[in-house]
Write a protein of this length. Structure first.
Length: 662
């Protein structure tokens, strides 16, 4: 597991940002506790928390991804938020002396960063570390992203990213990922626990592959994955090239039918070409199926190896428990009694005189094994329910593991049988293809009326097809080998994640159980899309978020995120949640407040946005926070609508909250 350090917010200053006309030089000191951003609809709550994110990581919506081409890597630009996002929120009727800026102080692993950014031009103006100002060229973020990596060195943004990486143990792209995907739960209420990447980032896959393991292992897995995709893509491109050449060849043959006698011969050649193309598709399909079955067998063998190790450990534990059980059961017996008894039972030899005993004597002793083998008096048995239960439980687990191994072995046998059938089909199809190719070549050269130069021209086509076909098969094989590497690396990664599952599940159960009031845990299973964490609520796996109510799924996801932050905890950090009470019914409001209070036990900062309404959630927070609560009031610095200005209820609720916090 990697050691990482996340930002701990200290102070924010917003200047000349006319969305907040009464706060043109607004300053706020964050507390390690509850920081409530209060305001009505349209007052800029979401903008405020986005400014916090912007001040730390810039205007990035997503860290970059990359694709693989042969011998080079094409880097896609990081994904930016709309460049006019803040500019469009300015009130142009208010004139300011300078452009709008935001300055933030935060600590990463004992290093104090002070960062100033221009809100209008989206640029890093300056930053310092431990009050030492860093010099560098200033550039807008969009222009910076257009630069090649080797040209970024002298720019302030690049120096900032490097310094953040040194302090946090994360690459700057990893910090973008953490801030956007884990430390921020937005108004769209997108969950990360159930998101498998089909509708956005697969946070689970990225997070646990990278941070539950060594970075080198994940890099090796990613590289093997890219290589596999590259070779697979190259194979498909060769197939497309072959199809294109065959189309041209078919056209040439058709044209020659008008010039050369023997029209039936050329028609047959065309028919053979079509048949070979069909065979190519069938062979490619069989090869793909073989690849999939190979991968299944490899995965099953990995599982068997893992279970065999567990079975071996359980077998050792069983022997220990068995000995303890026997020692307790016959407390008054001679220490070698069992050894003597086994001598009679197994070898038919008297343990005292070492002479052989007859069959009847042995049968008698075995039949009355509860009686002393010497004096034939009944042996007093001492019962111990705990030891007996321990032995039975270990034996049950051993049988369970053995059954799993047998089931996996059956699967392997079935897959191996399937593989043999596929191999057989593959050989039959390949032989048929060779037969048709041989027939095709014979037909092509059998028409003596075709001039030699035309024959050579056709042969060049076939030679090129043969060359491309060989390349295609080579790439398929290379892709298969790289895919095996991916499976092996993934198995190692999954093994490491599985080791941490119990500790991670305990953290999750504390948060989720606090909210739901029932037993909660996490299981790490493959339910059809690869191994992932799934919540187990009251004994039932919730594979889909729709299996929970809206408020339940949101707070289960909060619990998952806060478990992540607690699991990697080294220093305090922050968690931003927009309108957490919007989906709560009255029965869950206090539980929701308790969940957040548990997160704050480690001196973290919680930043919550809320509309002023009649929800009791805020009152519970205030009551439970024990004065570790502070308010950022957009009612005081923002611009109210006519309806909001006329609302006495809103003002009354706000004043009531302020008085309670004081």
């Amino acid at each position: 597991m990697r050691t990482i350090f996340l930002p701990n917010l200290k102070k924010i200053r917003i200047q000349n940002f006319t969305l907040y006309p009464n706060g043109l030089d607004f300053q706020y000191n964050f507390i390690n506790g509850v920081n409530i951003v209060i305001g009505g609809n349209g007052m800029g709550k979401t903008t405020f928390v986005n400014l916090i994110k912007y001040s730390i990581i810039g205007h990035y919506k997503k860290d970059f991804d990359f694709t693989r081409t042969y011998k080079d890597r094409k880097i896609e630009k990081r994904v930016l938020n709309p460049i006019d996002y803040y500019k469009n929120r300015l009130d142009r009727s208010i004139i300011t002396k300078d452009k709008a800026t935001i300055t933030i102080d935060f600590i990463i692993n004992e290093n104090l960063f002070t960062v100033e950014r221009c809100i209008e031009n989206i640029a890093l103006n300056s930053y310092s570390i431990n009050n030492k100002k860093i010099e560098g060229k200033i550039i807008s973020q969009s222009k910076y992203e257009d630069l090649k990596d080797e040209l970024k060195t002298d720019y302030l943004q690049k120096k900032y990213e490097d310094d953040i990486s040194k302090a946090s143990g994360l690459s700057f792209d990893d910090l973008i990922f953490f801030v956007n995907e884990i430390l921020y739960f937005g108004e769209d209420h997108k969950t990360i626990l159930w998101n498998d990447g089909k509708s956005g980032s697969d946070v689970q896959n990225e997070l646990f592959n990278k941070y539950f393991n060594s970075p080198e292992l994940d890099k090796a897995r990613q590289e093997a994955e890219r290589q596999s995709r590259y070779f697979d893509s190259s194979s498909r491109h060769r197939s497309e090239d072959i199809r294109a050449i065959k189309k041209v060849l078919d056209k040439v043959i058709l044209e020659k039918e008008n010039k050369v006698d023997g029209q039936t011969l050329n028609s047959k050649i065309l028919e053979l070409n079509t048949s070979i193309q069909d065979l190519d598709k069938q062979i490619e399909k069989k090869q793909s199926s073989r690849k999939n079955v190979d991968n299944k067998i490899l995965l099953l063998n990995n599982k068997i190896n893992e279970l065999s190790l567990q079975e071996s450990n359980l077998d050792k534990n069983k022997k220990v428990a068995e000995n303890k059980l026997f020692e307790n059961k016959w407390l008054q017996l001679h220490k070698n009694y069992e050894l003597y008894f086994q001598s009679i039972k197994t070898n038919h030899i008297c343990p005292l005189c070492t002479r052989e005993v007859d069959e009847k004597f042995t049968e008698e002793k075995i039949r009355h094994s509860n009686n002393c083998m010497l004096c034939d008096q009944e042996i007093n048995e001492v019962k111990n329910d705990d030891l007996d239960a321990e032995f039975k439980e270990i034996n049950r687990q051993l049988i369970e593991e053995h059954t799993k191994i047998q089931n996996f072995q059956k699967e392997i046998n079935e897959n191996e049988k399937n593989l043999k059938e596929l191999d057989k089909d593959f050989k039959i199809l390949s032989a048929k293809k060779r037969e048709l190719q041989s027939e095709l070549r014979n037909l092509e050269f059998s028409n003596t009326k075709v001039p030699k130069e035309e024959v050579d021209q056709l042969q060049a086509f076939y030679d090129e097809i043969a060359s491309l076909d060989k390349l295609k098969n080579d790439f398929q094989e290379k892709s298969r080998l790289e895919r095996i590497k991916v499976i092996e690396y993934s198995a190692l990664i999954e093994e490491q994640i599985a080791k941490e599952t119990n500790r991670f599940s305990i953290l999750f159960s504390e948060f989720a159980g606090e909210f739901l009031g029932v037993n909660c845990s996490l299981t790490y299973d493959d339910l059809g899309i690869g191994k992932r964490f799934y919540p187990v609520i009251n004994g039932k796996i919730r594979q889909y978020e729709e299996e929970l109510s809206e408020s339940q799924r949101f707070f289960v996801d909060h619990s998952f995120r806060m478990s992540i932050m607690s699991f990697f905890y080294t220093k305090p950090t922050f968690y931003i949640v927009e309108t957490p009470d919007s989906s709560l019914d009255i029965s869950y409001e206090k539980n929701a407040a308790k969940v957040f209070m548990r997160f704050l036990e480690k001196d973290n900062a919680l930043i919550l946005t809320t509309n002023l309404n009649n929800s009791e959630f805020l009152n519970h927070l205030i009551e439970l926070s024990k004065n570790k609560i502070s308010v950022i009031s957009l009612l005081e610095i923002g611009k109210k609508s006519i309806i909001q200005s006329a609302s006495n209820t809103m003002l009354e609720i706000y004043n009531e909250i302020k008085n309670k916090i004081k």
